[in-house]
Design a protein around this ligand. Structure first.
Ligand SMILES: *Cc1c(COP(=O)(O)O)cnc(C)c1O
Length: 476
């Protein structure tokens, strides 16, 4: 049976009218929903069996299946009690910008295809660069995420500081807590694992600058070519901020590229209260900054900033004959000359829209709120017997474990793993584990401005109850 496209288009209009109120009420009522829902076996089987049809199906049917079977089965990363990984609270104004951008679908690779979207991207990047304290040479672009931002920045670092003949001897420095995307990026760039030096961290999981300095000295003495230090502003595990000022001075003295992975933490720059914590970031050569983590954007929204825009142009500008018409005037940019992508969506528009509606003060307060909720979680845990804080609240993250008297150390990893599973299975909140100092610990990351004090308190009560029950079971 063929479905006339005219009918399909008419139905599409009706469906979209229904969709918007459905989606808005989903956000409205999100706190009542379970945080975590996984597709059951029969759903997965049905999706696999459906295949890709030769003849189309009615749009309403496809739409309803997607609603029920696809989007219904996901972790609600926007949920106020999603505390796993780095959750992604989303502003509905970002969603508005996203829907409009995908609807109008500008090609944001070059100025002639999207002059005003390119201009907005420049303005958002300018705003971010000025918060970071970069000079007027600062530039950058939007990419899909922190991993791509790190890769983009490290490409520029390599091209600037490592001549072709030195590449096999180049060394980049990370800490024990650096995000895995940095090593992945360096691998993509052709560096061997032994060209990535892992520097130990201090008691708050910050890179030890004395050890960094010693490693650089040792590498130089051995004829290797240090070229980049990757500092983190807000580590994924603990929210720790590496000593940016000291690393900045060291990099300046040593002539090294300083990259700051601020995928998670660079957003602190928006808050007047928190900004001070990132002092020294202005000394860096490049910064990664995920707007889909703490600036309330839907996915695929991250910025890479560089102190000197020419460094990106040097690495990424290409001029094939089929792009020759895309000439630019003074003050304009062809974004395909600044990063790995040619065709790209206009990722900055939704962030711009969100900032226009909210203003930066309110965005800053949202960030302060996340930090306050992590401190509250820490205080609440300190009041419960048997709980141990492994790393105190830093930014919107706290790490802890249940270690009651009478349970031997060797059993604690398993116990804490089961506590995380039990909380997540309850659907009330999602909490996952990580490893710190060889211990399995629970981790709460709470950047969502909709997370209320009550959510934190009830979640800690639930944790405490489940922890006791699981301990009883073991002993019984
Ligand atoms: C999340 C994160 C990344 C990776 O960013 P994606 O957007 O997931 O690619 C890199 N670095 C840090 C510190 C992060 O928290």
């Amino acid at each position: 049976m063929e479905f006339a496209m005219e009918v399909q288009k008419r139905q599409l209009g009706e469906l979209l009218e229904e969709f918007i109120p459905t989606l808005l009420s989903r956000y409205e009522g999100m706190k009542e929903e379970p945080v975590y829902r996984e597709g059951d076996e029969s759903t997965i089987r049905r999706l696999r069996e459906r295949g890709i049809p030769r003849e189309g199906r009615p749009v309403r049917q496809v739409f309803e299946e997607m609603e029920k079977e696809v989007y219904a089965n996901q972790t609600l990363v926007q949920h106020p009690r999603c505390f796993a990984c780095i959750p992604s609270p989303v502003s509905l104004f970002s969603w508005m910008g996203e829907v409009m951008t995908s609807g109008y679908d500008p090609h944001a690779g070059c100025w002639i295809n999207a002059s005003t979207a390119s201009c907005i991207e420049q303005e958002v990047i300018r705003w971010m660069c000025s918060l970071a304290g970069y000079p007027h040479t600062g530039s950058g672009l939007f990419v899909s995420g922190g991993s791509m931002a790190n890769l983009t920045a490290l490409t520029a670092a390599r091209d600037k500081l490592l001549p072709q003949e030195d590449r096999a001897r180049g060394v980049a420095y990370v800490s024990e807590q650096t995000h895995s995307s940095v090593a992945k990026g360096l691998h993509i760039l052709g560096f061997a694992p032994q060209q990535v030096r892992v520097i130990p961290t201090d008691e708050l999981f910050r890179m030890r600058v004395d050890r960094l300095e010693a490693a650089i000295r040792e590498d130089r003495a051995a004829g290797r070519k240090p070229f980049a230090v990757i500092a983190t502003a807000g580590t994924t595990n603990t929210g720790s901020i590496d000593p940016l000022e000291e690393i900045g001075s060291l990099c300046e003295r040593e002539g090294l590229w300083m990259h700051v992975d601020g995928a998670y933490g660079a957003s602190l720059l928006v808050s007047e209260e928190q900004r001070e914590k990132l002092r020294g970031i202005e000394r860096s050569n490049s910064i990664s900054w995920d707007a889909h983590k703490w600036l309330m954007q839907t996915y695929g929204c991250s910025a890479v900033l560089v102190r000197d825009g020419q460094d990106l142009v040097h690495s990424f500008a290409v001029h094939p004959e089929y792009l020759e018409d895309a000439v630019i005037q003074e003050g304009q940019l062809n974004y395909w000359d600044l990063g790995p992508e040619l065709t790209r969506p206009a990722r900055s528009l939704k962030l711009w829209a969100t900032l226009q509606v909210m203003g930066t003060d309110r965005m800053g307060q949202a960030i302060d709120h996340g930090c306050a909720m992590a401190r509250l979680a820490e205080e609440s845990l300190r009041r419960c017997p048997g709980w141990e804080i492994v790393c105190p609240a830093q930014q919107a993250i706290v790490n802890f474990r249940y270690a009651p008297a009478g349970v031997e150390e060797g059993a604690l990893d398993g116990l804490n793993q089961r506590i995380a599973q039990a909380v997540t299975a309850s659907g009330y909140a999602q909490i996952l584990t990580t490893q710190l100092k060889g211990k399995k610990v629970l981790r709460i990351c709470c950047p969502n401005p909709e997370t209320a004090e009550e959510d934190i308190r009830t979640t800690i009560q639930l944790l405490d109850r489940l922890a006791r029950e699981l301990t009883q079971e073991r002993i019984a």
